[in-house]
Design a protein around this ligand. Sequence first.
Ligand SMILES: NC(=O)c1ccc[n+]([C@@H]2O[C@H](COP(=O)([O-])OP(=O)(O)OC[C@H]3O[C@@H](n4cnc5c(N)ncnc54)[C@H](OP(=O)(O)O)[C@@H]3O)[C@@H](O)[C@H]2O)c1
Length: 189
Amino acid sequence: MTITALWCRHINDNIIGFDEKIPWYVPSDLKKFKKVTLGQTLIVGRKTYESFPNRTLPNRKMIVISRDNSYELSDNDNHFLVSDLNKIKEFTDDLYLAGGESIYKIFMQNPELAPDFILDSVYEGELEAPQAGQNIIDISECIKIMQEQYVRDEFFIDVDNVKTFLWYKKDSGLKNSSKYAELLQKLEG
Ligand SMILES: NC(=O)c1ccc[n+]([C@@H]2O[C@H](COP(=O)([O-])OP(=O)(O)OC[C@H]3O[C@@H](n4cnc5c(N)ncnc54)[C@H](OP(=O)(O)O)[C@@H]3O)[C@@H](O)[C@H]2O)c1
């Protein structure tokens, strides 16, 4: 089992959301997210889960993280509720960590759960204007850990103001793994 984190953050301030929403719209980036995750199993926090239309994404399984053991999922065949994060290690599928901020932070800070790979997309365009009182959510703490503990591949793709880099854990040998090759191929293809 491998864990790959994916996010799209705004350049310099590392913002990923205003309240429950991503404050930009780049269809090609959503297409890339779909291409990488189709047929795969995502890990999402309960709030991010609720931000998906009808709380689902077609052709993807989802592990939904919530402290509420009785939380009702929208699809009991393909979605799994997890309250105790130690249970994540019991999954045998490759997993894709898809946010939000609290979930990225928990995984990045825990050596047992830290992603093997990070698809780090950096958006260089303008943000939508925040509404008064909106919570501005950033992942600067995760980026600091990434810069200290991961290595960035030289290859990157640059489309529609979004640059995407692949990072892997330092001294892990993961650069020679089949999963690494698979992720690069998905980015390039
Ligand atoms: N730009 C991007 O790439 C990207 C990607 C994904 C999300 N986002 C943005 O991220 C923001 C959402 O992030 P968020 O941090 O507010 O919400 P979140 O991480 O999606 O969900 C938070 C919820 O996860 C559950 N949770 C958190 N820690 C837990 C733990 N230790 N054990 C069990 N359950 C736990 C809790 O659910 P309960 O309250 O049910 O207990 C908590 O309310 C939104 O703005 C969204 O648009 C951006």
